[in-house]
Design a protein around this ligand. Sequence first.
Ligand SMILES: [Zn+2]
Length: 231
Amino acid sequence: MDQIETYKQQIVDACRVLVERGYLMATGGNVSLRVADAERNSFAITPSNYDYAKMTPDDVCTLDLDLNLLTGQRTPSIESSLHATVYQTRPDVNAVVHTHQVYASALALIDAPIPALFDEQARFLGRSVEIIPYAPSGTGFLKKNIARRIKNHHNAYILQNHGVLCFGPSMEQAIHNVEILEKCALAYLLALCTERKVTKIPLAVREIAFNKLRQDQKKVERRDPCQEENR
Ligand SMILES: [Zn+2]
């Protein structure tokens, strides 16, 4: 199996896991993986509007960061430009998962960003989970909103009236972050329902955890692309 085929297989496997765990539904959402060759300027992504249950590696597309189709017969995801923006803006990110997962999406409806509630949240997702203002799917407006917001090095964002965006240095870590986000979102929603004061972790603990995340990210940013190829 050549290198590109292994990326395509990883996309198919990731979608299967995300469907099984209830994070991807019907044809909603999309998943991508940076091709870690010397250039680091292309990525594999799910096709547009295609049933995850039927997806095979042949259905996955690869694109360069200017969105030229490199391989694949299907139309790439409508959100390809959003994924390209993430890879251009964040050299520490090698995998992007966009879902319409329910609990985190519910927080987007009431404009409730998630403060630092748990240690593992700060360690893997960042200081908070912010809400990126609404713009229609596939538009330059959404792309611009995202490019501006993701420079704070967080790994999870909620898209207003839409869904979520999670990143990781690997697909495994991006899926892990999707799961942490949904757990935090559900706990926060339940806490908000009580109308009692919601406590946060101490600021110092949040900063220590976030610094660890930044150190991990810097290691990925510095990594020799030739080593990446054997990842
Ligand atoms: Zn979407």
